[in-house]
Design a protein around this ligand. Structure first.
Ligand SMILES: [Zn+2]
Length: 158
């Protein structure tokens, strides 16, 4: 699936017509049709087809990707269960090793910390149009530059 749908929108004690499902999940009837092709079965063969809320829920839980793929400048918010763009379009890069680290920002919806693990070499790609701050310093991304720290990170000992 290209989008993520919240399975909880389907209430287990209700049944839904295709139109109602489309309205519930804000998708087109074509999408509902594609769900039936992927294994969402109506309760029976009588028209109008009715889909059990519990079946819809199970179907979406099984077919939703656990995480949405994130595009440049996007980070997944675990709390909101959706991909978002960090508040202020600013992230901090927290180095975890010479080759990777976390891009850390704030979710604009819930204000929680959101982060994405990235390889250092991929920072520019992942950050997209975001401003990346390196441990307090405001820095512009230079994709040509190898990470060349002359001093070891001073993190107060281990
Ligand atoms: Zn959030």
């Amino acid at each position: 699936m290209t989008r993520r749908y919240d399975p909880r929108r389907a209430l287990p004690h209700l049944s839904y017509t295709r139109e109602q499902l489309a309205g519930t999940f804000k998708v087109t009837l074509t999408t509902i049709w594609s769900w039936t092709k992927k294994g969402l079965h109506p309760i029976d063969r009588k028209r109008p087809y009715l889909f059990a809320g519990g079946d819809v829920r199970k179907f979406l839980q099984a077919h939703n990707k656990p995480r949405q793929p994130t595009g440049p400048g996007q980070i997944y918010c675990v709390a909101c269960k959706q991909v978002t763009q960090p508040a202020g379009k600013v992230v901090d890069f927290i180095a975890l090793s010479p080759t990777n680290g976390d891009l850390v920002g704030r979710c604009p919806n819930c204000s929680r910390r959101i982060f994405q693990r990235v390889r250092t070499a991929d920072i520019a790609t992942k950050a997209g149009s975001l401003t990346v701050r390196y441990e307090g310093d405001v820095a512009t991304i230079n994709t040509d530059a190898e990470p060349s720290r002359t001093e070891p990170l001073n993190e107060g000992g281990v």
